[in-house]
Design a protein around this ligand. Structure first.
Ligand code: G6P
Length: 369
């Protein structure tokens, strides 16, 4: 069994370290760097369909829902298509309104999650076109959808999703570029920059994973924390949500992911010297804003653990601990910033002696309501 885990103690750790490889597998054969374009004919979104979409409507659960939030940002920023994200379990009972020119994107690792499948059926009944972004070939959701874009993460054994998440991000970013190019809303040059940055992700990920020992040292400080607040803005927001979910799932600590700008409307009341705050704060367009949120945390003696871009001197003043991320364009940052958060959750859970791969009360795939 140790061999199946590639020499690691748990599948989750192995899967975290597989990310450079599986992200590359998800990109391979689908991008043309010279043209700044994406090939994904298999998904059935023809150029005519891409041009006629009036709205993208993402449905998903759990970690896949967090990938969908990033997908929405990209769909709006790069493809300029109005987009919404909904939790599948909310959509199915809400009498949702779908239109024939909606593209519903169902994101699901397993392709079998009952709530997501039900949301897809509701969308189809409403006349919408449905695209599945799934990891398991020929699973239920791709089967009932009009097309599928597969992630190539390979089988994921750990209940807490890691490598499937980053491949979902890669697939959704490809999709936004593809649609943006078909609609001429994304200039070729910008598409080339984004795709080039995406292509360089695996090597940046290897660099971050090489610093795992430092993340382990940070995790030691979090072992006794009862509550941890994760903050992010923009593309850092879904990563804050995902970091909190990972910690909850396997370490059983209470963690909350919050949009940093929303902190003043509630979580700030919790901040004192006992509350660790994990901040996703790469040097992106939202950086100045999150910096002032962190100043507010420091003014209340909160402990800051920052995920920051190399060379960001200002962060040294603000954070007690910093995990450095290589420089990269804003759009691809989520594929990097999530890695330290996965490792933090893994190390904290392992230090507590928890069953990391099979956390209590959770299932890998939820095929019942
Ligand atoms: C379960 C798993 C999560 C996963 C979620 C959605 O809760 O434990 O890791 O994110 O289901 O699963 P899906 O297969 O639809 O992505």
């Amino acid at each position: 069994v140790q061999a199946e885990r590639g020499g690691y103690k748990h599948f989750m750790r192995k899967e975290i370290h597989e990310q450079p490889e599986v992200v590359e597998a998800t990109l391979r054969g689908r991008i043309d760097l010279a043209e700044g374009d994406v090939y994904a004919a298999e998904m059935g979104v023809t150029p005519e369909v891409a041009q006629s979409i009036r709205r993208v409507y993402f449905v998903a659960c759990g970690t896949s829902h967090h990938a969908a939030i990033a997908g929405r940002y990209w769909m709006e920023q790069l493809a300029k298509v109005p987009s919404v994200v909904e939790l599948a379990s909310e959509v199915r009972y809400r009498e949702p309104l779908f239109y024939p020119d909606d593209l519903v994107i169902a994101v699901s690792q397993s392709g079998e999650t009952a709530d997501t499948l039900a949301a897809v059926k509701a969308a189809k009944a409403g006349g919408a076109r449905v695209l599945a972004v799934a990891n398991v070939l020929d699973s239920a959701i791709p089967r009932v959808s009009d097309g599928a874009l597969y992630t190539h993460a390979g089988p994921e054994i750990g209940v807490a999703s890691t490598k499937c998440f980053t491949t979902q991000l890669a697939a959704l970013l490809l999709l936004a570029v593809y649609i943006g190019r078909r609609r001429s809303t994304l200039p070729q040059e910008r598409a080339q920059q984004v795709l080039q940055a995406l292509w360089e992700i695996p090597s940046h990920q290897r660099e971050i994973l090489g610093d795992a020992d430092y993340v382990h040292a940070i995790a030691k400080k979090l072992v006794h924390a009862k509550d941890v607040l994760f903050l992010g803005r923009g593309l850092g927001f879904p990563i804050a949500l995902e970091g909190a979910l990972k910690l909850k799932e396997i370490s059983y600590a209470h963690a909350e992911g919050y949009a940093a700008g929303e902190m003043k409307h509630g979580p700030i009341a919790l901040i004192d010297e006992h509350l660790p705050v994990v901040a996703v704060c790469p040097r992106d367009a939202q950086y100045d804003k999150i910096l002032s949120n962190l100043q507010a945390v420091r003014a209340r003696e909160g402990q800051v653990i920052a995920i920051a871009t190399k060379g960001d001197e200002a962060m040294l003043e603000l954070a007690q601990h910093i995990v450095w991320i290589p420089k990269a364009p804003d759009e691809v940052m989520p594929l990097l910033t999530v890695l330290p958060l996965q490792l933090i959750a893994y190390f904290v859970a392992n230090l507590k002696g928890n069953d990391v791969d099979q956390p209590r009360n959770l299932a890998k795939t939820v095929t019942v309501e």
